[in-house]
Design a protein around this ligand. Structure first.
Ligand code: NAD
Length: 639
């Protein structure tokens, strides 16, 4: 079959069973025996990779399972190895897992296993058999199913529900999140249809910037949440010898999530699952422009969430504000700077902690030694993906003056090839804008720049009204113009020159925003040197918008781009109450620093401080000279 020998197929099944050993209700890899899609998948590989893959599988066939386990563990740590070995390990890690998981799930789909699957954990109902989107939406839509949208009632039931969630073990929560992964995979096409109807995006944009990061988040949760939330042991100062110190990561309570309209599916599922796995209930308010009415509830229900565990409340900013008045334990807000400030002001009345993921004005710096073809294509995608409606899209392009003219010519040619459309087959690059209001903002900013002397190198055909905005490249803009100060959030890219490193750094930092940036050069040392001087929360070197794609990295901004971090273990813990715990024995000992204070203690403590914190080996001498007498004195201390 597909040029695979019996031995290589045996190896594939062996490694498949190690990666997917099966759980109750889920078959193991080798039980899904039809490897008929193998040739389809491996046909996409180049000939060398395909042959390499077959040889690797043959080696797996004759290698003991424990050694394969060890190898898979080793290659999953590819980041810890030097460049060459790290790249090889990454290829093995991604290649083997990619083939195994894709084959498994594509076969499962063919067999409709998911349709009859009952993810039994004993804590939630079986998956619904209903595949009709309309019926599901109707059944799960709170607007039609009679579930309250009244903020007070929503929060009252969320608070009760949170107690239930907190009682689930981390494994039970992870299982439900895992179910959600399968539900979304199974219903991918239905979901794309709903998202595309509301957002008018190009289909590939939905796949790459809604589904991909969403699954990366779910994978992060599956692999890293448990260890990230495990109580952490920390060191105990020598003066507190004999005690143990730990951090517990406990649920906060109810998290209010308020989202914008640019990635409505991703921005719903990601914070809801992070809040859930950390033991919180969620009240989620989508943007009034892209509510996806009923869809999120339907997916969660399908995965085994109870309706009150994560509730969706529909409406505009007034509803958002009314929800804040219910005093959630945390607000996770993604949106504009103006709204972020209002939310923070309101939250301050109740001292509710806020996490603000706000806008960006991301610079891209291109040095003269760069691979120009890659940098041109990177700039075009980074500026125009999702029609520029991304907080981390490239909004200011700085090119070193020696290559500026050539770069400009190439980027103009490239931008002109972008195909507009709302497609169903992947044949469009850029869809329409989501919001009429945003179209108006873009028209104002571009017209203001042109009025002040900038020139449109592309996109002159736009009538400044249509939601289908072609890629616009602007030349001759300055930092005094609004276009380089305010967020554009649309397919517009000002291109400017810089002289040297210092000039590039000054230009990049000349902004109220600090969300993300990218540096492009063959010289990695220069990239890192420049990157370290850019005031920003995230940075990509020789790539664009990738740092946010890795869900093991924390994400968030500085300056006007926001407060707080989500994603990665740091972000996950942002949904917890970090409780500091010190444990001592129930002994008969009296602490030396407790009452009564005495002149002897006074002398001993004075000496102890001098020796403990004075540095060097005096610390140990001081402990013997002052610490031990203090202990003894404390036990029998009488005035
Ligand atoms: P927005 O600020 O207008 O609205 C965001 C959400 O806030 C909506 O759900 C809205 O109904 C709600 N809201 C409005 N007023 C409110 C109030 N007073 N109280 C409570 N809720 C209120 O933003 P938008 O136009 O929907 O989205 C675009 C913005 O989002 C851009 O600035 C973009 O940069 C930013 N964004 C940031 C990130 C990030 O991760 N940093 C990601 C995506 C989008």
């Amino acid at each position: 079959m597909s040029g695979f020998s019996a031995l290589s197929l045996k190896g594939l099944q062996k490694v498949g069973d190690i990666l997917i050993p099966g759980t109750p209700g889920m078959p193991k890899f080798s039980d899904v025996k039809l490897l008929k899609d193998l040739h389809r998948m491996t046909d996409y590989m180049n000939a060398d990779d395909r042959e390499g893959f077959k040889i690797l599988m043959m080696l797996f066939a004759i290698t003991p399972s424990f050694a394969i386990h060890a190898l898979l563990w080793l290659v999953s740590k590819h980041e810890s190895f030097p460049d060459f070995i790290g790249a090889l390990f990454r290829q093995i890690n991604l290649g083997v897992k990619g083939v195994v998981y894709t084959l498994y799930y594509s076969d499962l789909d063919d067999h409709s296993i998911f349709q009859s699957l009952n993810y039994k954990t004993g804590i939630y109902s079986p998956v619904t058999q209903d595949t009709e989107m309309d019926t599901l939406l109707k059944n799960s839509n709170p607007l039609t199913a009679g579930i309250s949208q009244e903020p007070k009632e929503v929060f009252a039931s969320a608070r009760l529900a949170q107690k239930e969630i907190a009682k689930l073990t981390i494994d039970e929560r992870l299982q439900i999140v895992e179910n959600l992964r399968h539900v979304i995979l199974r219903r991918q096409e239905e979901i794309i249809a709903v998202v595309q109807k509301e957002t008018q995006k190009a289909r590939v944009d939905i796949l790459t910037s809604e589904f991909f990061p969403l699954f990366e988040n779910l994978d992060f949760i599956a692999h890293e949440a448990k260890s990230g939330l495990k109580p952490e042991k920390v060191s105990t100062p020598i003066a507190m010898m004999g005690k143990a110190s730990k951090i517990w990561f406990e649920p906060m309570g109810t998290i209010l999530v308020i989202s914008p309209w640019n990635y409505p599916l991703y921005q719903a599922i990601t914070p809801i699952t992070l809040a859930f796995v950390t033991g919180n209930a969620t009240v989620y308010k989508p943007s009034e422009l892209t509510p996806l009415t009923g869809l999120v509830e339907s997916l969660l229900k399908d995965a085994g969430f109870k309706p009150q565990w994560a509730q969706v409340v529909y409406g505009d900013g007034k509803i958002g504000s009314a929800l804040i008045d219910q005093r959630p334990q945390k607000i996770f807000f993604t949106g504009s700077v103006a709204t972020g400030k209002k939310i923070m002001a309101q939250a301050s009345q109740y001292l509710i902690p806020v996490e603000l993921e706000l806008g960006g004005k991301d610079p891209m710096i291109v040095f003269e030694d760069v691979n120009m073809d890659r940098a041109v294509k990177g700039a075009v995608w980074g500026a125009f993906t999702n029609s520029g409606q991304s907080c981390t899209s490239v909004e200011r392009l700085y090119v070193q003056e020696s290559i500026y003219e050539t770069f400009k010519k190439r980027i103009v040619e490239e931008a002109k090839t972008i195909k507009l459309g709302v497609d169903t087959d992947g044949d469009a690059d850029m869809g329409a804008m989501i919001s009429d209001k945003q179209v108006q903002i873009i028209a104002d900013l571009v017209q203001d720049a042109v009025k002040n002397g900038a020139k449109m190198l592309t996109g002159q055909s736009w009538d400044f009204k249509s939601k289908f905005i072609p890629a616009i490249i602007l030349e001759g803009t300055t930092h005094e113009m609004r276009i380089n100060k305010e967020e554009i959030f649309g397919p517009v890219l000002p291109i400017m020159k810089f002289k040297d490193e210092a000039d590039a750094i000054d230009l990049a930092n000349d902004s109220d925003f600090g969300l993300s940036a990218s540096i492009w050069s063959k010289d990695k040392a220069r990239c890192e040197r420049v990157a370290s001087q850019i005031v920003t929360g995230n940075i990509s070197i020789n790539n664009v918008m990738v740092s946010e794609g890795n869900h093991s990295l924390p994400f968030g901004g500085v300056k006007d781009s926001g407060i707080g971090r989500y994603k990665g273990v740091h972000g996950l813990r942002g949904f917890t109450n970090m409780k500091s715990v010190m444990i001592d024995a129930d002994s008969s000992k009296i602490e030396a620093n407790w009452y009564p204070y005495t002149p002897t203690k006074n002398g001993l403590f004075g000496g102890l401080i001098q020796s403990l914190f004075g540095g060097g080996i005096g610390k140990w001498i001081g402990l013997v000279r002052y610490g031990l007498p203090l202990e003894t004195h404390a036990k029998k201390a009488k005035r």
